[in-house]
Design a protein around this ligand. Structure first.
Ligand code: FES
Ligand code: FES
Length: 171
């Protein structure tokens, strides 16, 4: 039995320890937002966060996840409370077919957690492993940079009390 945290909830599974995390999330826990692309760690479609780091879950055995925290696209935001990246994705109509997009957003979210205001070169480096067959790269990059800029604008404009309230809400 392997236990871990999935989108803030403690879960356990008796799947074979060698089973890739992607299959466990999709088939055992029925969260279908993360996609199977290459199965070899090369395309990024399966990206989730493991203890806050973007990982390729098609090549991450469930045994490596024991006691750790996994976040999927379903845990990043909700339709009523979008993550800022999801809001930018919506505003800029980023996706075409959509297949790669949950992986793109999870990689972008990990980047912004490390670097809240990346420039184009930072984005190119961080997103190099996420492939989009529809070629949405310009809109993906724009959405990431705009999300960083929006966060800075909010911090600059918000009164200190409002910022404190927002921070406390996140705790
Ligand atoms: S499906 Fe995991 S990297 Fe392609
Ligand atoms: S939107 Fe179609 S593969 Fe990226």
């Amino acid at each position: 039995m392997i236990q871990f945290e999935l989108n803030g909830r403690q879960v356990s599974t008796d799947d074979d320890p060698a089973t890739p995390l992607l299959w466990v999330v999709r088939d055992t826990f029925k969260l279908k937002g993360s996609k199977f692309g290459c199965g070899a760690g090369l395309c990024g479609a399966c990206t989730m966060h493991l203890d806050g780091q973007a990982v390729r879950t098609c090549i991450t055995p469930i045994s490596a996840v024991a006691g750790k925290s996994v976040t999927t696209i379903e845990g990043l935001g909700t339709p009523d409370n979008l993550h800022p990246l999801q809001a930018a994705w919506h505003d800029l109509s980023v996706p075409q077919c959509g297949y790669c997009q949950s992986g793109q957003i999870m990689s972008a979210a990990a980047l912004l957690a490390q670097n809240p205001n990346p420039d184009e070169a930072d984005v190119d480096t961080a997103m190099a492993g996420n492939i989009c067959r529809c070629g949405c790269y310009p809109r993906i990059k724009k959405a990431i940079i705009e999300t960083g800029a929006r966060s800075l604008a909010y911090e600059a404009a918000a009164p200190a009390g409002l910022q404190r309230a927002a921070e406390e809400e996140q705790v």
